[in-house]
Design a protein around this ligand. Structure first.
Ligand SMILES: Cc1ncc(COP(=O)(O)O)c(C=O)c1O
Length: 459
């Protein structure tokens, strides 16, 4: 058994500072987290739960009403209360609530190592009088200076960009993905994705009422033959690929695979979105697929993984013919990205600091991968030497949902493989981010603890 119910109930009994209904609501959330109450399942009646917690049905009604307000459950007159379906993005990437938890679920740079540099950059950037243009609306969706820096960033990773006018500024890669999905597909359309992919892509597809179709992957990434089949049968409006250090499988597509995928896109005249946010982790520059089909492909990068997700700086290179379309949508949705953060990004790119920081993060990832190799059995996970994460196979006798819930109870937040499957089917894998824990020592301790949990659950 993975959790102690009596422990949870006694926690309620001891808690005196919170109103009882609020405490019961917290406990129900915890029970949903650990899979005791599953998504879509019916919750106990007010009377049954009141008996269990030695309280009144009115208190339970208040707890359920709070849970409904918080979006955890839905109540229907005459039918009862049900656990709501949760956002897969929120499930896979969990917020850290307690200081001593190990958060293996967030794929972000190890910020502790470059906070000082970031602070210095910001002070330097604004030490002189700041140009009034940074505080006002601009006519375009971003300044040419900021787009020029974006062009430099993209070119550094091997992308062919002829003019800064072909670069659009977005609030991170997620914003670029949602703009493209919104503009280049209609509700009900099929979008081809890697069968295992970043839940943020799946969330947008679901939220906008599109349908994700998974393309088979092997140890070298997306299979072009299956992509061809999907294009032939399902006519996807878009194909979305993460070609470097793929999230979650960690695979980087070879040049041959890139060429084969480009041919399929060309043949079926669909659009490609190449989300290359992890390109800075590649050991050598590999030409993006977009270089082969520049008129049919959108290339996305951002500073989120290499420098800071909080800056929300994304760069989108689009075919010339599509720039006006996209700029109009950006202007309609948000007017423009914040010139202030893009000014910081621009100065960091122009001074080369951005590249220094991204190299530093790559070497931290290498150190973390080396630590992981010493603790976990190598043949149980896939990763490259500089990936930010690993894709870990659980032994067959372990149930992933229960394992993730137990790990959470013991202070380790990990991502359930289910949320990376295009259809959210069961997965025998978990994704571990190696980078969001600040120090190597704490990281190592957490990983040892996780290994112990794995060993305890082995037959
Ligand atoms: C493949 C991929 N694309 C996009 C994002 C989101 O990036 P951003 O923070 O720039 O929106 C992530 C974050 O995990 C990701 O893994």
């Amino acid at each position: 058994m993975f959790y102690s119910r009596s422990k949870i109930v006694s926690r309620i009994e001891k808690e005196v500072t919170m109103p009882k209904y609020q405490d019961i609501a917290d406990t129900v959330v915890h029970l949903i987290d650990i899979g005791h109450y599953r998504e879509g399942s019916k919750l106990p009646t007010h009377r049954a739960l009141a008996e269990e917690y030695a309280t009144t049905p009115v208190t339970i009604a208040k707890a359920y009403s709070l849970l409904a307000d918080q979006g955890h459950i839905e109540s229907f007159v005459g039918r009862g209360s049900f656990v709501k379906k949760r956002s897969s993005l929120r499930q896979a990437i969990q917020p850290q609530l307690l200081e001593d938890e190990w958060n293996f679920s967030i794929l972000q740079p190890c910020l502790a190592y470059h906070l000082e540099t970031l602070n210095n950059q910001i002070s330097q950037c604004f030490s002189n009088t700041v140009s009034p243009s940074l505080f006002g609306y601009t006519e375009h969706t971003g300044s040419l200076l900021h787009k020029n820096a974006g062009m430099r960033w993209l070119q550094h990773f091997g992308l062919h960009v002829r003019s800064a006018e072909h670069v659009l500024l977005t609030n991170g890669a997620q914003h670029a993905l949602s703009l493209l999905i919104e503009l280049y597909s209609q509700p009900g359309d099929v979008i081809a994705v890697e069968a295992l992919t970043y839940p943020g892509i799946l969330s947008i597809i679901n939220a906008l009422g599109r349908k994700a179709v998974g393309v088979t992957q092997d140890e070298q990434g997306m299979c072009p033959e299956h992509l061809q089949e999907v294009c032939k049968q399902s006519h996807p409006s878009l194909v979305i690929i993460v070609p470097s250090h793929q999230n979650p499988t960690t695979v980087t597509l070879s040049i041959e695979r890139r060429e084969a995928i480009a041919s399929v896109i060309q043949k079926y005249q669909t659009w490609l979105i190449e989300d290359d946010i992890y390109a800075f982790l590649n050991s050598e520059k590999i030409p993006p697929i977009t270089n082969l089909i520049p008129e049919k492909s959108f290339y996305i990068s951002s500073l989120s993984k290499a420098i800071s997700p909080g800056m929300r700086c994304g760069y989108l290179k689009a075919p010339q013919s599509q720039i006006e379309h996209l700029s109009t949508l950006i202007r309609t949705m948000i007017w423009l990205v914040s010139p202030i953060t893009f000014e910081i990004a621009t100065q960091m790119i122009n001074s080369e600091k951005a590249f220094e920081l991204s190299n530093q993060q790559k070497s931290i990832a290498e150190q973390r991968q080396a630590i992981a190799q010493t603790i976990l059995e190598k043949d149980t996970f896939s990763a490259q030497v500089s990936s930010f994460h690993i894709w870990l196979a659980l032994p067959d006798n372990i149930n992933t949902d229960q394992f993730v819930a137990t790990a959470k109870e013991r202070g380790m937040l990990i991502s359930n493989g289910r949320y990376f499957c295009h259809d959210e089917s069961y997965s025998q894998y978990v994704r571990l981010s190696l980078m969001s824990i600040p120090t190597h020592q704490h990281f190592e301790k957490g990983l040892i603890r996780l290994k112990q949990l794995l060993d305890q659950n082995r037959t």
